[in-house]
Structures are given as C-alpha cells and as structure tokens.
Write a protein that binds this ligand. Structure first.
Ligand SMILES: [Zn+2]
Length: 269
C-alpha cells in the first residue's frame, strides 16, 4: 500500500533528522554545556533553556545540533536575591514576609510587581565564526509556582474531557511544581506601559519537561507548526510570536489521545 502524504512527510522529516535519537543527543549536549558553564564559573545558578535545550526547534530544516542563524541559545542566571513568594504559590509551608524569608508578591495575569532598575537586564552575544548566538538572561527566583490548572483535581480540557497529557509528563510536572525545590523564576519583562515595574513569571522548566518527553510525531508536529509561523505566516504578517507554536503543541497534547499520535495523522484535511 502506498504511503499517505502525511506518512511521507513524517518519513522525510525523519530523514532530515527530526527523530528521537537526535533530539536526545542535542538535549545531552545542552546539559553538558550547562555543566561546563557551571564548572567554569564555580556557580550552579546558570541554566541553559530555550529551543536548543528543548531538543526540538532550534533549527527548522534539520535536527543535528545546529542552531539557525536567527536563533540563539538561552542561558539564564538566577540572581542572588530573596525569592518572591507569589500569593497564589503552591508552597504552603512557606513563611514569606518574615526575617530573611521570601518576599510576598501579588501575582496577576502572569506578572508580579517588582521594581528593578535593570533597563537592559539581558546580554545578547551575536553569532560568530566560533560560536552560535547566546542570550544571557537574569532571572529572579520564586519560592513556588503559581496555580497550575492542569494539576488541579477535576481538571478538564477545552473539550470538557480529562487531560490526555501522557502520565509521565504529568508526573514530571507535578514533581517540579510540588517538589521540595521548585525552580520557578521570573524574567524582567513588564506588561505594556509598565516597563521596569513588573517581572513575568516563567514556566520554562515545566515546558522543558514536556519538550523532553515528546514522541517523534509530537516533535514533528511542533516543528511543522513553528515552521509555518516563522517561515510562512510571518512573511505575510508580523507580530505572531513563535511561542504560539508551543502553546498549540500543549493544547494538542492536552486534547489528543496518545494512540492518535501516528505518522498518518500528522496531516489531515
Ligand atoms: Zn513561598
């Protein structure tokens, strides 16, 4: 029987390197790079995040450890500050506000007030002949994550069903959010008009947990959506951010039964 268009696309993407083994090798490289930075600086407050570390999406034409010219490797540095305690945080034993304890902060719409004079908190190191581009990001530690809807008892997805998110991914997210040392943090980004007065709470570690657990079909789906946004839609209109690709992937993981993630379902019409 001849292959469907969807199966041909999946096979062609595998030939271009978009498969699990390559994603895992790239994830391993990112971890080794993180260890090298920590070792060289004698400081374990550095984290390598972003699409290179995710294993999927740092290059949209092949997966072989390459970082596209218009992409970079994100390196976050946890500032040595008292952590922020978000008022909706899942750290019930926390004694925020006390002497030497985390600073209480009111969480609203993804942001918390935080006056900072870091007008340019990040450092971009452009691509060179010797290395890919890097983006160094200063982040503010938080002692716990805000309420994560997916982990609430009785959660249902947009279709009114229980989440279809694979059990292994849910377990990893639960361990990070409810474990003894959550690595929630906030990045220096304010809502429009409030520059310098807020930080945005990041869930990048939860996203990373999901990205590291993707199957080959889920990874290929993400690459197709990111490719469409970055290389097709953006040529016709501006403003659409690539994080929308991750949002769509997470909706699809939340709503698609595991058995439906098959090469023949990658394209449907
Ligand atoms: Zn706390």
């Amino acid at each position: 029987m001849s292959q469907s268009c969807s199966e041909q696309l999946s096979a062609a993407m595998s030939t271009a390197g978009f498969k699990l083994a390559n994603a895992r090798i790239q994830i391993g490289h990112a971890r080794a790079f993180e260890e090298m930075i920590r070792s060289a600086t004698h400081c374990d407050l550095f984290f390598v995040f972003g699409s290179f570390c995710d294993g999927w999406g740092s290059c949209l034409t092949r997966l072989d450890g390459r970082v596209e010219d218009d992409s970079d490797v994100d390196v976050s540095f946890f500032l040595d500050l008292k952590p922020l305690h978000l008022n909706s945080a899942t750290c019930p034993s926390c004694t925020a506000g006390g002497e030497g304890q985390p600073t209480p902060a009111v969480y609203s719409d993804g942001h918390v007030p935080f006056n900072h004079d870091l007008s340019q908190p990040n450092l971009d190191i452009p691509k060179s002949d010797a290395a890919v581009a890097f983006d160094f990001i200063m982040v503010v530690p938080c002692c716990g994550y805000p309420r994560i809807e997916l982990l609430q008892p009785g959660y249902s997805n947009r279709r009114g069903q229980p989440s279809q998110m694979p059990a292994g991914i849910l377990r990893t997210i639960r361990e990070e959010v409810l474990g003894s040392s959550p690595r929630c943090h906030a990045v220096t980004a304010s809502p429009p008009g409030r520059q310098g007065h807020h930080v945005r709470v990041s869930t990048t570690l939860l996203e990373r947990a999901i990205m590291h657990s993707l199957t080959i079909e889920q990874g290929q789906f993400f690459i197709i959506v990111k490719f469409l946004i970055k290389k097709v839609i953006r040529n016709k209109m501006s403003g659409l951010k690539t994080y929308v690709a991750k949002n769509l992937l997470f909706y699809m993981l939340d709503e698609t039964p595991e058995e439906d993630w098959k090469p023949e379902n990658l394209l449907q019409h």
